[in-house]
Design a protein. Structure first.
Length: 349
């Protein structure tokens, strides 16, 4: 529930708190809200500007920058990173500017791949000629040679952990996602097409599961007032679900298992209040139902009726759960470790 100033004023009139306490509490909540991401106009501008600045040095990098050579790219990356960190320190010294500070700190981190790429050029790692990749392909092309840049990016993000800024987790999550693809040709040989092989899909599945587990650990151990796990959950679930959904199975039992995993993801999303699980889980269930409709029961007149009955049964289950949620939830949570219980209680709140 969102607390508003009129609500505090009403509480003061009712004698729950004094008028002075209402004003003091509102001032505190206003300062705290400034560091919590939302769809306020200022926050939208922060992220829009950050997207443009970060994208300019990553996704939208032009081929013209290759003319600076390895040394020039190292120098440019270093200057950008130093200026970004200086701006981060300046923003953190002022209250209510943690969000733009996180964006500028992230800009410093995303300059690491460019600097490493330039250093590799200086060392002759990227030889000129056929098969040579340019820096902007780092974000579009699978290549095991990117791994050095990815490990360096992870190291830089860890080095900046002292800032305690949640948005800094974003480049970590994106880099781990890239790594889940680039590591496949490194492990098994071949080119980028190896990622789409059965082995590549299994690697993606395992990598995504590990990223999601890491997100859960971060969720358990982090400050409840800041969401450090969001980006790890997003790209972990994306990597896991992508690998799972790309796998082919000629067995109806295998497809049913796929549906069951997606249902479990929806349940996990409800328990953790993480919509990313529910979104991808719902897509998976919809895909399975589409398979049944167009393949298994394509000539059946009763299949739509059966699905309607199932949908109504799910609604009835929701009604029952709403009436008994407190008792059942408390019983189930009693079997969980204390840290997990605290996390679920915080998410429910």
């Amino acid at each position: 529930m969102k607390v508003t100033r009129p609500m505090l004023d009403e509480a003061a009139v009712a004698g729950v708190i004094s008028a002075d306490q209402a004003g003091t509490l509102w001032s505190y909540l206003s300062r705290r809200e400034g560091d919590t991401p939302s769809f306020k106009a200022a926050h939208v501008l922060y992220y829009l500007g950050g997207m443009i600045a970060i994208g300019a040095m990553t996704l939208f990098m032009t081929l013209g920058w290759e003319r600076f050579g390895g040394g020039g790219l190292v120098l440019i990356a270093a200057v950008y990173a130093i200026l970004a960190l200086a701006l981060t320190g300046w923003l953190l010294a002022r209250p209510g500017l943690a969000i733009p500070a996180g964006i500028t700190a992230t800009l410093a981190v995303v300059m690491v791949p460019l600097g490493v790429y330039g250093a590799q050029h200086l060392l002759g790692f990227w030889a000129d000629g056929p098969g040579t990749s340019t820096y902007r392909e780092y974000h579009t092309r699978i290549d095991w040679r990117w791994l050095v840049m990815e490990f360096a990016t992870l190291a830089a993000a860890v080095a900046l952990r002292r800032y305690r800024l949640p948005f800094l987790v974003m480049p970590v999550a994106v880099t781990l996602w890239y790594m889940s693809m680039d590591i496949v040709p490194f492990l098994f040989g071949g080119d980028a097409h190896e990622f789409f092989s059965d082995r590549g899909k299994r690697v993606s599945l395992a990598f995504g599961a590990l990223m999601t587990a890491l997100a859960f650990v971060v969720d358990l151990r982090s400050d409840r007032s800041k969401d450090y796990a969001f980006w790890l959950y997003l790209f972990g679930v994306l990597t896991f679900w992508g690998g799972l959904s790309l796998m082919r199975s000629d067995s109806e039992l295998g497809k049913l298992l796929y549906c069951g995993i997606n249902l479990a993801m929806i349940a996990a999303g409800a328990a953790l209040s993480r919509r990313v699980f529910a979104v991808f889980g719902a897509l998976g269930v919809a895909g399975y139902l589409g398979h049944l409709s167009h393949t298994v029961f394509r000539d059946s007149m009763l299949f739509p009726v059966a699905l309607t009955a199932i949908g109504l049964a799910v609604i009835a289950a929701g009604v029952w759960w709403q009436r008994h949620e407190d008792a059942v939830g408390e019983r189930l949570r009693s079997y969980l470790p204390a840290g997990v219980r605290d996390l679920l209680a915080h998410r429910a709140g």
